[in-house]
Design a protein around this ligand. Structure first.
Ligand code: DOR
Length: 425
């Protein structure tokens, strides 16, 4: 099938450029990027006034399948991804069973193939059952299609285990994605430790719980030469540690989520469990530091940590509620509203953090729009706006803290291997 994306502004994150051009897709590949391409029977997607980007990649998503299909499935999660403008997602391994065998990795890939809405890149568990003890069969997981390793959702408490995992990951040429949280400091905390937690009488998780582990993992990455990717950076201290390590030449990359660059612990307000997440929402100073880290390149990637939960896991007292929030369908709007419109990132830089950089980190052949490239594309309407309504989310779970937020800059369509998905409004 031939498709022309007509009259849009192509964003080239690798060169930091934007220019008006048509894009011709032939089958699964980009065939031409030229000013005016004659239709000659091709399907035409009108992109006048819109931005045409390399397909967006969310490298931190919980699809919940196998085992927790009541929260999300590969089909519903990838449909939410497509509606959110993503052409690929990395699926975290904290499923049931955990993705610590080649069988689970292959199962997730098959489900994604059937669904077809977005590509899925499975992340393998670092340790068996993500229990932090024995390493998983990392080589087998890689051979089955794992693109990185992580025990996301919890941290690897033993430094010795993390060291070995990093040594293997380095040999395999894939990154270790670290959920940095010292469990002895985080304890049974349920939100950021600070003024708000004191006022609400809730147990806190100090910033140091994250920073102690970031420091440890940076030291281990330096020792092993492994590529460390720090997940969901939330504190000023963590940003500073990563900035310093990068300056020293440590192989480290990092991501921040839309909720951590937008919300503070005040969002917990009156015990709002939709704002209960790990790492917790922090302070104004932390949000400012995360934005600074995004602006100066310390933080390479914007990823959602899409963590669907069912109503019975969120409509309960704060202490008992599950950690996590859904993010796939609000990410683009939050990036444009909170970062681009406010001058934190220009459009090519924002796009780099959602396409080119995750592609490079995970070793995926995307991130560019040029003849011969895989036809994974995202079209965004920078002028479209909407008020977030959880009822309209296509994710199986609706646990967003952004209910009622006005977002400007919305996904319009995705193209995955030449197949078009229009965002239904
Ligand atoms: O809030 C969170 N929820 N943080 C994580 O790291 C894991 C996630 C989940 O799986 O629900």
């Amino acid at each position: 099938m031939r498709l022309i994306i007509r009259g849009g502004t192509v964003v080239d994150p690798a060169r930091g450029r934007m220019y008006r051009s048509d894009v011709l897709v032939d089958g699964e590949r980009v065939a031409a990027v030229e000013k005016r391409i004659p239709a000659r029977g091709a399907r035409v997607l009108d992109a006048e006034g819109k931005l045409v980007l390399p397909g967006l990649i969310d490298m931190h998503v919980h699809l919940r399948e196998p085992g927790q299909e009541y929260k999300e499935t590969v089909a519903t999660g990838t449909r939410a991804a497509a509606r959110g403008g993503f052409t690929a997602v990395a699926a975290m391994p904290n499923t049931d069973p955990v993705a610590d065998t080649a069988g689970v990795i292959r199962y997730v890939l098959e489900k994604a193939e059937d669904a077809g809405y977005a590509r899925v890149c499975p992340v393998g568990a670092l340790t068996r059952g993500s229990r932090g003890g024995e390493l998983s069969e990392m080589g087998e997981l890689c051979a089955a299609g794992a693109v990185a390793f992580s025990d996301d959702g919890r941290s690897v408490t033993s430094a010795a285990v993390m060291r070995r995992a990093m040594e293997y990951a380095r040999m395999l040429g894939v990154p270790v994605i670290s959920h940095c949280e010292d469990e002895t400091l985080a304890g049974s905390g349920v939100m950021h430790e600070g003024l708000v937690s004191t006022r609400l009488g809730l147990r806190g998780i100090p910033a140091a719980a994250e920073e102690v582990m970031v420091a440890r993992d940076l030291i281990l990455a330096e020792m092993t030469g492994c590529h460390l990717h720090v997940a969901h950076v939330s504190t000023a201290g963590a940003v500073r540690l990563i900035r310093e390590a990068k300056a020293r030449g440590v192989r480290v990359t990092a991501e921040a989520t839309p909720h951590h660059f937008t919300l503070t612990d005040r969002a917990v307000g009156d015990y709002n469990t939709l704002a209960k997440v790990k790492p917790p929402l922090r302070t104004d100073a932390d949000v400012a530091a995360v934005r600074e880290g995004l602006a100066d390149g310390t933080i390479d990637v914007i990823a959602t940590d899409h963590a669907p939960h069912a109503p019975h896991e969120k409509d309960v007292e704060f202490d008992a509620a599950a950690f996590g929030l859904v993010g796939l369908e609000t990410a683009v709007g939050l990036v444009f509203t909170e970062l681009v419109a406010k001058g934190v990132l220009d459009i090519p830089a924002a796009v780099a953090k959602m396409s080119l950089n995750p592609a490079r980190i995970l070793g995926l052949p995307s991130g560019d729009i040029e003849p011969g490239a895989v036809a994974d594309l995202t079209v965004i309407d920078p002028d479209a706006s909407e008020v977030v309504d959880p009822a309209l989310l296509v994710s199986k779970s609706k646990n967003t803290p952004f209910d009622g937020y006005r977002l400007k800059g919305l996904p319009y369509a995705t193209v995955v291997g030449g197949k078009v998905f229009l965002r239904d409004r």
